[in-house]
Design a protein around this ligand. Structure first.
Ligand code: ADP
Length: 247
């Protein structure tokens, strides 16, 4: 298959900070409907890769194509509008808004002919909000303010705020950080379900969690890919053990 078949095609991507290549000639393809996990030790360049895709950091060389559209010269808000959205490690929900309202403000509202957002709480919108709340285990908590949620529930709400936008790709930076083992299991199931409809890119540290979602794993080290494969293949790779899993 040609490179134009991929949802996301990253080629020869490089960025330097003070002469240090945080991402070094990286080539990575993500298929439609794929759940891809990026792992690697601290400083490997994982967050920088997401920063480059979302336009927060500008590449010094290389290309990032999303549905064959070049992202590297676009601004952050244009990239979001193109459908590339992201969750950061720390949940950023609105504490004083309810679960329902947090999802409502994330709904992909259309614009009126005058360019302002048209909020129209139709039955269809309400149903969609309830559906997404249910998917992220918050169906019984629609009227609860964000600040009353547990840390894990806040993480789920934020995933819901991405889901409701109905994009082809979502990117998550350590989505299970701070979650209980039970919440991690539920999240693994949730992510597998999501990836049946959308492509998902996850940065993760928790190996047991990565094993559970059983997807393709890319291992980064010093800005380069040192291994790609299943979690079992990755665990058994001597180079990976040396730089990462061994210690
Ligand atoms: P990871 O997410 O894998 O822990 P990062 O992408 O955060 O790694 O960082 C990769 C390297 O790039 C690190 O050495 C980090 O210090 C450096 N780095 C990241 N962002 C910047 C920045 N804005 N300015 C300078 N150095 C940076």
């Amino acid at each position: 298959s040609s490179n134009t078949d991929f949802l996301l095609a990253i080629e020869n991507l490089t960025v330097s900070f003070d002469g240090f290549k945080a991402v070094d000639d990286l080539t990575l393809y993500v298929d439609k409907g794929e759940l891809r996990v990026i792992i690697g030790p601290n400083g490997a360049g994982k967050t920088t890769v997401l920063d480059l895709i979302s336009g927060k950091t500008k590449a010094s060389a290389g290309s990032i194509k999303y549905n064959n559209i070049e992202l590297t010269r676009m601004r952050e808000h244009q990239i979001v509008r193109a459908g590339v959205i992201r969750k950061f490690q720390t949940p950023s929900i609105y504490d004083n808004l309810t679960v329902f309202e947090n999802l409502e403000i994330s709904y992909p509202w259309g614009r009126t002919v005058w360019g302002s957002l048209s909020f129209n709480r139709t039955e269809e919108v309400v149903e969609r909000i309830k559906e997404v709340a249910g998917e992220v285990f918050l169906g019984d908590m629609l009227d609860i303010p964000g600040e009353m949620l547990s840390h894990g529930q806040k993480q789920w709400l934020e995933i819901g705020m991405l889901l409701i936008q109905n994009t082809e790709l979502i990117m998550l930076d350590e989505p299970v950080a701070g979650m209980t083992p039970k919440e991690r299991d539920a999240t693994a199931a949730l992510l597998k379900k999501i990836s049946k409809k959308q492509s998902v890119i996850i940065i993760e540290h928790d190996m047991d969690f990565v094993e559970k979602i059983a997807s393709r794993v890319t291992v980064l080290h010093l800005g380069k890919i040192i291994k790609e494969g299943t979690m079992t293949e990755v665990r058994n790779d001597p180079r990976v053990q040396e730089v990462y899993l061994g210690h």
